[in-house]
Design a protein around this ligand. Structure first.
Ligand code: HEC
Ligand code: HEC
Length: 363
């Protein structure tokens, strides 16, 4: 075919694409369809691992401020990394831990992808084609808008108060500019995040997006060297020590201060880290054993005597630990308590944790 003819043929096609982009976003083909078996496993994994915080119906906000995993604007964004990355690696510094086996979580790579596709199937929205190009805007003007409209929920420094942490490096590393802008424009349906498209101009929304992007710093995910799981004979901290004799607030809670005193005083205890084990791998209170909220108690509780003081903690700061301790109490483990401030509170107060070793970066 000669060049002129091929140009002639291409031109209308080019114009059509241009016009359709100018009016509406293109939808992209639905993700791979799950087999009935894959969908069954994904649904089970969701209830087991995610419902505690994201809600039984994926509605979000069951605990902490875990976002909705079914809102139209999130699911139509069509960016798989916005789902599979936080699910796999977690968001450092938030209650969202990583669930991929590579970082010490319970799911295989195939399972994390299946759960991602399952979430899309359940939500049932068409996926929109998003550009990965940066959204250009005035980040200084955006910063002012942010202080005016966003801090009440997302925090003065984007740290998250009753909403996700927008300044979170792992989130900014995985979310594209268009994804962020789409969330600001359209809000997140059936959540406190309202659409801003009627309140702010497109240019202002671009400025906000540019501002949030300006908070991104180089973030790398480090390949962890996984620690060995503790053995039953290591479950009790200070096996020769005295009982800590905690006085519990509401019959349930022990303060970081009292727990730290008890550890320094070499008291006899069992510490349970009730988060997904990948975050136990990242950092935990010395002596704590991984005891995830979704564990089958009949398997995990073996080896823990009933007469020892048990203290459970999580980062939520209490949701997963409360959940676990209630289950243990129903099984007759009455000498049980939950760390009031959670492990982030503990760290913020300056108490020590054991951190993991890292090898080279994987990104
Ligand atoms: C009334 C509280 C509130 C205000 C005000 C608010 N947000 Fe949100 N925002 C939320 C909540 C809650 C979510 C999570 C919603 C969900 O998906 O469940 C959210 C989600 C988001 C997300 C999506 C994050 C992600 O990773 O999916 C972005 C981006 C965002 N907000 C930006 C903004 C910006 C920018 C402003 C100010 C213009 C703002 N928000 C104002 C409560 C708020
Ligand atoms: C202990 C509570 C908890 C559990 C359990 C949990 N999450 Fe989350 N998740 C969160 C929180 C809190 C956030 C928001 C973090 C932030 O501030 O960015 C989040 C964020 C996310 C996001 C990002 C959504 C968005 O709008 O940006 C995805 C996707 C997600 N979680 C998926 C999952 C899946 C899938 C599971 C189960 C395998 C799961 N989570 C288990 C607390 C939890």
């Amino acid at each position: 075919m000669n060049v002129r003819l091929s140009l002639l043929l291409c031109f209308p096609l080019f114009m059509m694409t241009f016009v359709s982009f100018a009016t509406e976003r293109e939808t992209i083909s639905p993700p791979r369809k799950l087999t009935a078996e894959q969908a069954r496993v994904a649904a089970k994994n969701y209830q087991r691992y995610c419902a505690l915080c994201h809600g039984k119906e994926r509605e979000g906000h069951a605990n902490d401020h875990a976002p909705s995993l079914r809102s139209k604007s999130l699911m139509e964004s069509g960016v798989p990394h916005a789902i599979v990355r936080p699910m796999s690696y977690g968001r450092e510094g938030t209650a969202m831990g990583g669930y991929l086996d590579e970082v010490g979580g319970p799911m295989t790579l195939a399972e994390t992808w299946d759960l991602t596709y399952w979430l899309w199937e359940q939500a049932g929205y068409d996926r929109l084609q998003f550009s990965t190009k940066p959204v250009l805007g005035d980040s200084v003007a955006g910063g002012k808008l942010y202080q005016q409209h966003c801090t009440s929920c997302h925090g003065v420094n984007g740290e998250g108060v009753s909403a996700p942490a927008l300044g979170n490096q792992s989130a900014l590393a995985h979310n594209t500019d268009e994804f962020i802008r789409h969330a600001i424009e359209n809000g997140r349906q059936d959540t406190p995040m309202l659409p801003f498209k009627d309140k702010l101009s497109p240019a202002q929304i671009n400025n906000l997006t540019a501002f949030l992007r300006s908070k991104a710093s180089g973030w790398t995910m480090n390949k962890p060297v996984l620690r060995a799981m503790p053995k039953p004979e290591q479950y009790i901290v200070n096996p020769q020590g005295d009982d800590p004799n905690f006085s519990l607030q509401d019959g349930m809670y022990v303060s970081s201060n009292d727990l730290n005193d008890a550890l320094n005083g070499k008291k006899r205890m069992v510490l349970l880290d009730t988060r997904v084990p990948s975050v136990w791998q990242t950092a935990h209170i010395e002596g704590a054993i991984p005891f995830p909220y979704y564990a089958d108690l009949d398997e995990t509780v073996a080896g823990i005597p009933k007469d020892v003081q048990i203290v459970a903690y999580c980062s939520c700061p209490r949701a997963a630990a409360d959940h676990t301790i209630k289950k243990l109490r129903r099984k007759g483990y009455t000498r049980t308590a939950v760390l009031w401030e959670g492990v982030f509170g503990w760290m913020n107060l300056g108490y020590p944790v054991v951190r993991r070793d890292v090898k080279n970066s994987i990104h």
